[in-house]
Design a protein around this ligand. Structure first.
Ligand code: FPP
Length: 253
């Protein structure tokens, strides 16, 4: 057995998803239930994110995407928006060196132009510093919306057509994927959403065509290694057919 297989075998995990995407919901409710300010919920949410990064490295997940700030989150009170921006900055400043040492490659998806210059500089620095790393790819979806991402891809493709570098007949699913913010990243195998809500909220709309969804009742700050492993076990018990017939049916039928 390879050393990297040990934690997965120990935890009884048969299939490790290559790409896990997470909607970290419930920070506010977690805080409200304890009479704490929402910011405290978000702070504890960052701790849960760190735990999940560590667990992913340990379990051999290759890509991990977090929905950290959606394009709709600007509708929140100005103070909360500022708090979330502050937490992102703090996270990059405090954790970048550790992530780099752990061979993590950071990628950021979403509309960068609307963010303040200091955040743009930090995000660029995180991507540039970790570009050559070969371990876990940590994808931070920040100021991200799935529809807006598809629109950006359409514009890039239209520009290519207008400039004569893309032929309209060459536009296929592969080419669209290559023009998304997630270009080069395999589609998520597993999407986890915490806090009981069962919706997608404009996350990775194109990429989740065949993703398995696991919805958990616990709030994001309570998400821990045991919850992560349980979600992966649920994923492992699913049969992914990608539109084909079941393997059992095709053998018997
Ligand atoms: C959902 O909880 C959570 C968010 C909208 C933001 C998540 C952001 C972080 C954990 C920190 C910033 C990001 C990084 C990468 C450091 P909610 O506020 O919607 O909870 P509620 O539905 O219970 O109100």
């Amino acid at each position: 057995m390879k050393a990297a297989d040990a934690p997965t075998a120990e935890a009884g995990l048969s299939a490790i998803p290559r790409h896990v995407a997470i909607i970290m919901d419930g920070n506010g409710r977690w805080a409200a239930a304890r009479g704490l300010p929402r910011l405290e919920g978000h702070r504890r949410g960052v701790e849960a994110l760190r735990r999940t990064v560590r667990a992913s490295i340990d379990l051999g997940v290759e890509y991990l995407t977090f929905y950290s700030f959606s394009s709709e989150n600007w509708r929140r009170p100005a103070q909360e928006v500022a708090d979330l921006m502050g937490l992102l900055k703090l996270f990059i400043r405090r954790d970048l060196a550790t992530l780099h040492d752990a061979d993590v490659r950071i990628r950021v998806i979403g509309a960068r132009d609307d963010l303040s210059p200091d955040i743009r500089v930090l995000l660029d620095e995180a991507e540039t510093k970790t570009r050559a790393n070969g371990g876990l790819t940590l994808i931070i979806a920040f100021n991200y919306g799935g529809r807006a991402e598809i629109v950006r891809a359409m514009r890039r493709i239209a520009l290519g057509v207008a400039e004569g570098t893309i032929s309209p007949t060459a536009i296929d699913e592969n080419l669209v994927s290559r023009h998304l913010d997630t270009a080069g990243v395999p589609d998520p195998d597993l999407l986890i959403r915490t806090s009981g809500e069962q919706r997608i909220s404009n996350f990775l709309l194109w990429q989740i065509a065949y993703t398995e969804f696991v919805f958990l009742d616990l709030h994001w700050p309570d998400f821990d290694r045991a919850a992560f492993e349980a979600a992966i076990r649920t994923y492992g018990a699913r049969e992914r057919r990608f539109g084909a017939v079941s393997a059992v049916e095709s053998k018997t039928g």
